[in-house]
Design a protein around this ligand. Sequence first.
Ligand SMILES: [Zn+2]
Length: 157
Amino acid sequence: MHCPFCRHSDSRVIDSRTSDDGLSIRRRRQCPECGGRFSTIETASLNVIKRSGVIEPFSREKVMSGVRKACQGRPVTEGDLAVLAQTVEEAVRQTGSSQVDTNEIGLAILGPLRELDQIAYLRFASVYQAFDTLEDFESAIAQLRADHHRLASDLEE
Ligand SMILES: [Zn+2]
């Protein structure tokens, strides 16, 4: 790690702490040459293999833009999308693999999106799970209803 002040090629770590979400480590460093202090942030790499075979770094922004389309006209804020993208990243990182495919990302999006907005969930699932017919929508809606009833009766018990 080069010192940003004098370009000295070495630095000493004086403090390390893990971020609140546990996804990165922030290190305070000091240059032994000029005494300058600076911070570095280390994040474990996470790559996404696209259907085309192209590999690119995981991007919360891409998760957000994919979900944003499904949320058009719905009462979902940018803040909601950011929280969802973070949830997705944490879920994917918890699998422990440094490389995932777009399918796994899609799967990780479905759960939290369903919590967020059921219409957006249906739209997203219809594209992601390639719904072909109205019956596909009907069975997805029936599933949502069944879960809703189960949840409602759980609360009444
Ligand atoms: Zn220096």
